[in-house]
Design a protein around this ligand. Structure first.
Ligand code: SF4
Length: 662
């Protein structure tokens, strides 16, 4: 806590003078002589009490006094009262401040010149009462804008101020009052001491966290200092004595400002400062004491690294001596390079191995602190089935040695991955995500599995994929396995089956006729059964359909070749291409009447047929053998006619054909 004292704090010139006058008078007083102060010598109960003990009695009126000395305090009194006291033969010791006396003179003079005296100030304050007495109490006392505005108009006005007013208030009110008179004399009688004290108070209040204003609660100028302080500082305490200081509240702040009213003696200010300083020092010691840790062997404490060397790390653990971590107590990880991985200023946790190694050093272990904390954390992680990280520090015959949370652990070879692992050395120094599958603190054994984490990831990936798949969707995949009944294709984490019938539009004997393992293919999802975990895929659906290709290249009238595949009463089915069949209706088999298609055709016959109809909507093709026969006959007729033209005019075409066919 830093303490600042405002300039001009404490006794002003006038009060100091009055106090000195009183002290001098008291020191020269005869034993049976009486001395009085008309009203408290200063507005400070502690000062008044001090004088009271020395024999200075405070009186409020002088009616019953008939002898003795009366000290007039710095506020001064009215001319009438002064005369009354003098008439009673009382000895007046005038402690009126010369600045106040100057106001009396000004008021008396202008009152005599016919000016209406206006005093800006508090009508109940003894200084104001005294001033008004110098114009036969005919002055008007104004203390607010409202009073100023309501004031009647006068030809001649003389404005003076209570000496302890603020400049701001005097300026504001005198501006209003000056409009109430034709001829206005304004005398800013605010005492310079007051102005200086108030300015210094304002300046200090602006820069500190808390202001302490010392002075009597009835002291006008002290109250004004408190008022100014509150304007510029959020935390202001007005006290008369050091006992009233709210020390624990004040201790929260870093900077404290002190000012004191004009009637506050130096000794009270000094006591306040001393009290604050003592409290501050005690607090600091207490704070230091509090921050100094009480440590025991086996404690785990936090500390800040001070220095790092090849063999040790020095740590400040807020103890009377710093701690040393020997190299072997730094980490369980043999690959941990403390010179590069620890930093000066870094906060770490350490275990107290020894409070004193014989040379006054505390011996610490970072490794052990990590182990103790690590076990507690690992037990929680095991219970919560949490994924954690570990570092592979060594390759063993049957698995990986790892460090997890500062403790040694082990991953068996069959728990490394979902895939077969034949080269363990690639894991050296790798950070792996793992789950604890067995933990035994007593046996110091931690078994971990990175395979479990991979499995979970796969399940998550599969679940996500299942949610993304839709029937009809075309996806890319890789052929993984081939069987007689079809092929399994991996479509990004899930495998689906392409049945042999869905591999090609053509008839195939084995899936390997069209695909091989590792082929990258596009397949269409034709069915999804999440419950049974079955995905049906089709390769042929991604290829052009034979019907579409056929109708694109052929038209009605074309002669095509085909194989008879089925024979019915109404006709025969001819396979034109794989996946494209046509029908030769019984009426289209021959020019001659056919009773049964099997009389003319048998299964396996390869025939040339004419396309006589294509019904794209129903995907039906009409074929005809008869049409070809007709065409053949027609061509033959034309040929014969050409050969025998004009030779045998009276023979019929039928005769010629019979002849030709013989
Ligand atoms: S405040 Fe000014 S006018 Fe009042 S007593 Fe002190 S010095 Fe005199």
């Amino acid at each position: 806590m830093k303490i600042y004292i405002a300039d001009h704090a404490g006794f002003c010139f006038g009060v100091k003078r009055a106090v000195e006058i009183a002290e001098n008078t008291l020191s020269q007083l005869d034993q049976d002589e009486k001395i009085y102060s008309l009203g408290p010598l200063v507005h400070n109960p502690q000062v008044v009490e001090k004088f009271n003990k020395k024999g200075l009695k405070v009186i409020d009126n002088t009616e019953e006094l008939d002898n003795g000395k009366v000290i007039i305090r710095s506020h001064g009194i009215s001319g009438n009262l002064q005369k009354r006291l003098e008439d009673k033969n009382l000895e007046l010791i005038d402690g009126t401040c010369p600045y106040v006396k100057a106001v009396h003179n000004k008021v008396k003079s202008y009152h005599e010149k016919g000016y209406k005296i206006v005093i800006i100030g508090d009508k109940n304050h003894p200084e104001v009462i005294g001033i008004n007495g110098w114009c036969n109490d005919e002055g008007i006392v104004i203390n607010s804008e409202e009073e100023a505005n309501n004031m009647p108009n006068y030809d001649k006005i003389c404005i003076v101020s209570q000496t302890t007013n603020t400049q701001e208030k005097f300026q504001k009110l005198s501006d209003i009052i000056s409009k109430k008179g034709k001829e206005v004399k304004i005398f800013n009688t605010i005492c310079n001491a007051t102005y200086q004290r108030q300015s210094a108070c304002e300046e200090l209040a602006k820069k500190v966290d808390v202001m302490i204003v010392i002075g009597g609660y009835h002291s006008s100028n002290t109250n004004k200092l408190a008022e100014i302080s509150r304007k510029y500082c959020n935390n202001v305490y007005h006290v008369e004595t050091p006992d009233e200081l709210p020390l624990h509240e004040i201790a929260k702040f870093n900077t404290v400002g002190i000012t004191a009213g004009a009637s506050t003696p130096d000794w009270i200010i000094e006591e306040v400062i001393k009290t604050l300083e003592n409290f501050n020092n005690n607090n600091i010691l207490e704070a230091i004491e509090k921050t100094m840790k009480k440590i025991r062997k086996g404690d785990i404490v936090k500390g800040k690294i001070i220095s790092i060397s090849e063999d040790q790390v020095i740590v400040n653990i807020n103890y009377k001596s710093d701690g040393i971590i020997p190299k072997e107590e730094i980490s369980n990880d043999p690959t941990f390079d403390h010179k590069t991985m620890l930093k000066e200023g870094q906060e770490i946790e350490v275990y107290i191995l020894k409070l004193d190694d014989g040379e006054g050093n505390v011996i610490l272990s970072k490794r052990k602190a990590e182990t103790i904390k690590g076990w507690a954390q690992l037990e929680r992680d095991f219970k919560n089935n949490k994924v954690i990280e570990c570092k592979v520090v060594d390759i063993l015959e049957n698995g990986l040695k790892v460090v997890v949370k500062g403790i040694n652990g082990f991953i068996p070879v069959n728990q490394i991955s979902v895939k077969h692992v034949d080269n363990l050395s690639k894991y050296k120094n790798k950070i792996l995500k793992v789950k604890i599958i067995d933990l035994n603190r007593r046996k110091n054994s931690i078994i971990l599995s990175s395979k479990e984490v991979e499995k979970e990831k796969l399940i998550q990936k599969r679940e996500q994929l299942w949610n993304e798949l839709n029937i009809g969707q075309i996806v890319e995949g890789e052929v993984k396995k081939i069987f007689d009944f079809g092929a399994f294709v991996d479509i990004g984490g899930l495998e689906g089956l392409v049945h042999i019938s869905d591999l090609s539009w053509e008839r195939i004997n084995h899936p390997s006729d069209v695909i091989n393992v590792s082929d990258k293919v596009k397949v269409k999802i034709i069915n999804l059964d999440k419950e049974k975990n079955r995905i049906s895929l089709s390769l042929k659906e991604t290829l052009p359909k034979p019907w579409d290709t056929f109708v694109k290249n052929k038209k009605v009238g074309d002669i095509v070749k085909g194989k008879v595949t089925k024979i019915f009463n109404f006709g025969a089915i001819v396979r034109l291409e794989e996946g494209v069949d046509g029908l030769i209706h019984i009426s289209e088999i021959s020019l001659e009447p056919v009773k049964n298609p099997a009389d003319k055709l048998k299964i396996g016959d390869v025939v040339q047929v004419k396309i006589i109809n294509i019904n794209e909507k129903e995907q039906k093709i009409g074929l005809s053998l008869k049409a070809i026969e007709e065409e053949k006959n027609k061509k033959m007729e034309e040929k014969i006619l050409k050969e025998y033209n004009n030779q045998e005019l009276d023979v019929t075409i039928g005769d010629l054909m019979k002849k030709k066919m013989k």
